[in-house]
Design a protein around this ligand. Structure first.
Ligand SMILES: Cc1cc2nc3c(=O)[nH]c(=O)nc-3n(C[C@H](O)[C@H](O)[C@H](O)COP(=O)(O)OP(=O)(O)OC[C@H]3O[C@@H](n4cnc5c(N)ncnc54)[C@H](O)[C@@H]3O)c2cc1C
Length: 552
């Protein structure tokens, strides 16, 4: 039989794979150095090479094309609550754990934290997010959980060492037999997620000091994890409990997975609804003070929402510029069309600003200095709000640069556009983050001082920055913003921080063009900025900015 010849594929863009995600990103490399993790550059370059392969992108596609399946019972009718993942999920998780992104900063050498460990890990996480994000859910929850677990004697001896290994062991077996473990978190119930005080799940103390927990969680991601930190009401109020999947004797704990969520994105990851029936729990932290205990974990996962989003933004802009360099329309490559340049340059500016902010924020987690603790207290929620919101818009715009191809599942951008909003929703939705920012500034003059000190470092470097700083400082000194204005306040704060970081990093013409363009657009007093990408009207050096973003 004669088949028709293949149609020609003129003017189609070659897939962008097999490149080094780290060494092709000058902003990330400079930022890793500036924020104190330069010694990690070689490992990041190795990770960037491994993650940029066609095979890695294919594993990401497959893990999302074949979402996890819940098996409630085995063939004999026994309850097993097992989750079946596509093999590509395990390949990606193996890579993450081998690189230590689930816990490495908590490893100490002679009792001392490793210098720059949170920054180095954040940079790796940013690379990993460019490929696949569902696998980052158990990754970030484990990273955050260690923060909350490391002061508990039992957990420190029996559990934390299993979290610090670089061995991925997905088996559902007792912790004593495992080579490595992962942790999840359960706060959200049907009647309230943001307002966790509405939680109704009950914890009753047993004579041996452990607790029996009954109730439910409406969102309980990565239920295959070896344990979860959960909130439940004890006699003293909302408390945090460590709830293992299996008890020390090997039997299953009373945690029953009802079903898996059918989600817009984040499809490789299993998010479940669970019922607890007399589940065994170990009190973590002070009885009745569960919110601050679990929020210690939440601060780290919020950092990862920023970093993960910055990673997806970077991949989106790289894919978009790559496409625009190859695709021609109306007789010219898209990259040479002035309006496309405006859009792409605006996206590149946003991506670089997000990268620098994520790395600076990670540095605040590397230090115990009061000023850094105060800075991260103020900046984490604000950055999570702003970067995650910008990520949603950026992904949609970058997808459009690819035209119809961008909207298909063969390209990573459709998946990223679906993935972006979850970083904005979970770990505290946008409004909740902004209200937290207001509370922090209202409560703590230390945070206010730390923020002003940080911003002052960039004074005198750009007229727009100086003017925006004066407006923000006056706002801090005056009547506190109302809740209705919390988003605007957080936006002003974060864009100033981003401006200061870009100005400080403007050591070469490319970086300087990005900093100038950022200040000319985001820090202009013109309130009309930001409606859509590419519409600022400011004079910017688009060619220079795009060369810096992605040249080939
Ligand atoms: C894919 C996915 C996985 C998840 N995994 C987990 C998990 O593993 N563990 C877990 O505990 N949770 C998980 N969540 C739940 C998530 O953290 C919550 O959905 C989120 O915190 C919001 O809570 P909610 O859904 O109850 O919405 P609500 O709290 O009802 O909020 C609805 C909206 O109202 C806004 N809002 C609330 N209060 C105010 C206010 N005072 N002023 C202005 N606006 C307000 C919020 O910002 C939000 O936009 C997951 C969610 C998703 C989508």
């Amino acid at each position: 039989m004669n088949y028709p010849a293949s149609p020609s594929a003129d003017n189609q863009t070659p897939p962008l794979t097999d490149y080094n995600l780290f060494t092709t990103d000058p902003a990330l490399q400079a930022s890793v150095e500036a924020e104190g993790a330069g010694s990690g550059a070689a490992r990041l370059a190795a990770a960037g090479a491994a993650l940029g392969t066609a095979a890695a992108f294919e594993h990401a596609r497959l893990a999302n094309r074949h979402p996890p399946i819940l098996h409630t019972f085995n063939v004999r009718g026994e309850r097993i609550d097992a989750i079946e993942f596509h093999p590509s999920w395990h390949v990606l998780m193996q890579g993450i754990v081998t690189r230590g992104y689930h816990s490495e900063p908590w490893t100490t050498v002679n009792g001392q934290a490793i210098r720059g460990a949170h920054v180095a890990r954040a940079a790796g996480y940013l690379l990993q997010a460019q490929v696949e994000c569902g696998t980052l859910c158990p990754t970030t929850m484990t990273y955050g959980a260690v923060a909350a677990m490391r002061r508990d004697a039992w957990l420190t001896s029996d559990w934390v060492p299993k979290l610090l290994t670089h061995e991925y062991d997905p088996q559902d077996i007792p912790i004593g037999e495992k080579r490595g473990a992962l942790i999840g978190m359960g706060m959200t119930e049907k009647q309230g997620g943001s307002d966790v005080r509405a939680n109704t799940t009950k914890a009753v103390r047993s004579s041996d000091g452990s607790y029996r927990i009954s109730g439910h969680k409406w969102f309980f991601s990565a239920p295959q994890c070896d344990a979860h930190l959960v909130l439940a009401q004890s006699e003293r109020g909302l408390s945090c409990f460590f709830m293992p999947r299996r008890l020390p004797d090997g039997s299953r704990n009373g945690i029953f997975i009802q079903r898996l969520k059918d989600k817009l994105g984040n499809r490789s990851n299993a998010s479940s609804e669970v019922e607890f029936v007399d589940a065994w729990g170990h009190l973590l932290g002070e009885d009745g003070r569960g919110i601050p205990t679990i929020l210690e974990m939440g601060t780290y996962t919020r950092l990862d929402c920023v970093t993960g989003t910055a990673g997806m933004m970077r991949q989106a802009i790289v894919q978009a510029v790559h496409h625009a360099r190859h695709r021609r329309a109306f007789g010219l490559p898209l990259i040479d069309q002035p309006l496309m340049q405006s859009v792409l340059a605006d996206l590149a500016i946003e991506s670089e600003a997000a990268t620098l902010l994520a790395m600076r924020l990670a540095r605040a987690f590397d230090s115990d200095a009061d000023s850094e603790i105060a800075l991260r207290r103020a900046l984490t929620s604000a950055a999570k709000f702003w970067v995650c919101k910008r990520g949603c818009e950026l992904a949609a715009e970058a997808m459009e640069v690819l035209g119809g191809n961008g909207y298909t599942e063969e390209m990573p951008l459709a998946r990223m556009a679906r993935e972006m909003p979850v970083n904005s929703i979970w770990e505290g939705s946008g409004n909740i983050m902004c209200l937290d920012v207001l509370r922090t500034f209202a409560k703590s003059s230390v945070s206010r001082d730390a923020v002003l000190h940080e911003l002052q470092l960039a004074l005198g470097l750009h007229r727009n920055f100086d003017a925006a700083f004066e407006r923000f400082a006056a706002q801090l000194a005056g009547t506190p913003p109302t809740e209705a204005h919390a988003r605007r306040f957080a936006q002003n704060f974060v864009t100033l921080m981003q401006g200061s970081l870009l100005l400080a990093a403007a050591a070469n013409p490319g970086a300087s063009s990005v900093a100038d363009a950022f200040c000319a657009t985001r820090l202009s007093a013109d309130a009309g900025w930001g409606a859509v990408f590419g519409a600022s009207g400011a004079a910017i050096d688009a060619a220079m900015i795009l060369d810096r973003a992605w040249s080939e």
